[in-house]
Write a protein that binds this ligand. Structure first.
Ligand code: HEC
Ligand code: HEC
Length: 479
């Protein structure tokens, strides 16, 4: 149920609230003007949601080397097609030492060794030359059809291992089918934008909700549209009572991690095996802390900024420091005003959405063991802001390149591009250095006029003076 944070209150307390939330000083209003409409901030606290506990170090090992994937490109074929990664930055051993951090070798059920992408393909990234597990990938390129080279790969694998009867082909087959299904349907308009929501939709359209077995013909019509997400930082999860920007992931978080395994899974038996390990992965994710801002900050400004933050932002984003608080608020679309498409997709009835709800809530995910529940109430969660300096671009769709632009909605660029060099970091605006573009030049241009890519709303910083904004940004660097 949604109930407004402020639904009815006396004139005085309304004015206090405007003061707090939008920094409008009512006494500045000329007397003859009608009183402005009070913007009601509607939000609902997400209920407390205890999770299963596990072992964080076992979780880390499983994350970087575990076999939560079941099918992939045969190992030797994979090495032939890629250059051997020299840095082995995860210090992995054996076959994994030859792979980049975002791939893992696994032994398929028939014994063949295959290589598949792992969680770090989207959940690890480099900023200012520091590699950070849990920092969402801000530069992965999903504008390309990942199935475009599949015919070449197929003939290579047939030639190398002796046709489709070989163990290697068999162990590759599910990966191939999944890539063919998702490749053309999950392309984003901009590099750095992530289509994970859409990948999930395509994969579940091809699987029975109870046995999880692959179906060649999709069980529901899959819509064309692909809404972009900016991958959230993992270190925030320990504070949250629901997963995902739209807070649709309720009850058991570990179950949702198996969503990624749907790319290569055989059936529900394997899903149950993965489930027993994901408790450790959750423990690892919950052990992560936000990285510290690597440059110097001005402590006087930080103090001023903290005051402003506590007056204008803490109601939704919580407080930081020694005794942090976090209210876990789901804020309605009307109140936050950011791009509605991602949220609307899950609240409006459509063949895909009805199928999605039914698939998760009454299938294996919603009924086996500890249940995942999908519940869409609309709106976006006001996220914790720990490590916010590192997670540009901002908002659920990554439409805003810097914190300064988050806090000044009129200055936000309509079309902007960045170099994707992870050291092109703007220490004063806090976020990525960007250029304003008049048109969408190429995949590096983020075009906020596209459906789902909008940069409207969240006007809570608009009334700040320039010097207040500078102080607030200085404080945000320290979270
Ligand atoms: C293809 C990219 C991709 C892969 C691979 C991927 N994720 Fe994600 N993940 C995302 C995106 C994008 C979101 C945000 C989706 C949203 O909120 O709409 C997300 C959300 C999450 C969240 C929720 C965070 C929050 O604060 O709500 C967790 C936890 C998570 N993923 C864990 C995992 C794990 C564990 C794996 C591997 C088993 C994995 N992910 C694989 C892209 C990916
Ligand atoms: C009414 C509640 C509310 C208030 C007040 C509020 N915010 Fe937010 N904020 C949100 C919500 C909801 C989002 C998520 C919007 C989205 O992703 O579409 C958000 C997103 C953000 C983000 C982007 C987070 C990310 O990871 O991309 C930043 C930064 C932020 N807020 C800072 C602030 C600051 C600073 C203030 C005070 C000036 C403030 N907010 C006031 C609700 C609020």
């Amino acid at each position: 149920m949604l109930f407004p944070l402020v639904f009815s209150c006396s004139k005085e307390s309304k004015e206090d609230l405007i003061d707090i939330l939008v920094n409008e000083n009512p006494t500045d209003q000329p007397e003859e003007e009608p009183e402005p409409e009070v913007p009601l901030i509607e939000s609902s606290p997400l209920p407390d949601n205890p999770q299963r506990s596990g072992d964080a170090s076992a979780g880390y090992e499983y994350l970087i080397s575990g076999n939560y994937m079941s099918s992939g490109v045969p190992y030797d074929a994979f090495l032939l097609g890629t250059s051997v990664n020299p840095d082995n930055r995860l210090n992995r051993t054996g076959d994994n030492a030859n792979l980049s951090y975002d791939y893992t070798t696994i032994t398929a059920s028939n014994g063949a060794r295959v290589v598949a992408p792992n969680c770090m393909a989207c959940h690890a990234s480099t900023i200012n030359n520091e590699f950070i597990i849990g920092l969402g990938s801000h530069d992965a390129d999903f504008t390309v059809n990942r199935a475009s080279n599949i015919a070449l790969l197929n003939s290579g694998i047939r030639a190398l291992y002796g046709g489709e009867d070989s163990a290697e082909w068999q162990a590759y087959d599910q990966f191939r089918k999944s890539i063919v299904a998702i490749g053309p349907r999950t392309m984003t308009e901009t590099r750095g934008s992530n289509p994970a929501d859409k990948i999930t939709q395509v994969l579940i359209a091809h699987r029975d909700k109870s046995t999880l077995v692959w179906q060649d013909t999709p069980l529901v019509d899959i819509p064309e549209e692909v809404f972009p997400s900016d991958v959230p930082a993992w270190w925030l999860l320990k504070k949250k009572n629901a997963m995902f920007y739209h807070a649709i992931g309720r009850l058991d978080f570990c179950k949702s991690f198996i969503g990624s395994s749907l790319l290569t899974l055989g059936d529900a038996t394997k899903a149950a095996e993965i489930d027993s390990k994901m408790v450790d992965v959750l423990a690892y994710i919950q052990s992560l802390e936000a990285p510290e801002y690597p440059f110097t900050v001005d402590s006087d400004l930080v103090q001023q900024g903290q005051q402003l933050f506590e007056n204008k932002c803490a109601t939704c984003h919580g407080t930081y420091g020694d005794n942090p608080t976090y209210p876990n608020l789901l804020v309605t679309l009307k109140s936050v005003g950011t791009d509605p498409e991602l949220s609307d997709h899950y609240t409006k009835s459509s063949a895909m959405n009805d199928y999605f709800m039914e698939w998760f809530n009454s299938g294996w995910f919603g009924t086996y063991g500890n249940n995942l529940q999908i519940k869409a109430e609309g709106g976006y969660i006001a996220p914790p802001l720990d490590g916010i300096w590192a997670t540009a671009p901002y908002f659920h769709n990554g439409s805003v390149p810097t914190l300064e632009d988050v806090l000044n909605s009129k200055n936000r660029p309509t079309r902007w591009s960045r170099s994707f060099d992870n050291t092109d970091y703007d220490q004063s605006k806090v976020g990525w250095i960007y250029s304003i573009e008049q048109t969408k030049v190429d995949k590096n241009t983020y075009d906020t006029t596209l459906k789902g890519y909008g940069n409207s709303g969240h006007t809570f910083g608009d009334q700040l003076t320039n010097s207040e904004r500078i102080a607030l940004i200085e404080y945000l660097k320290t979270l």
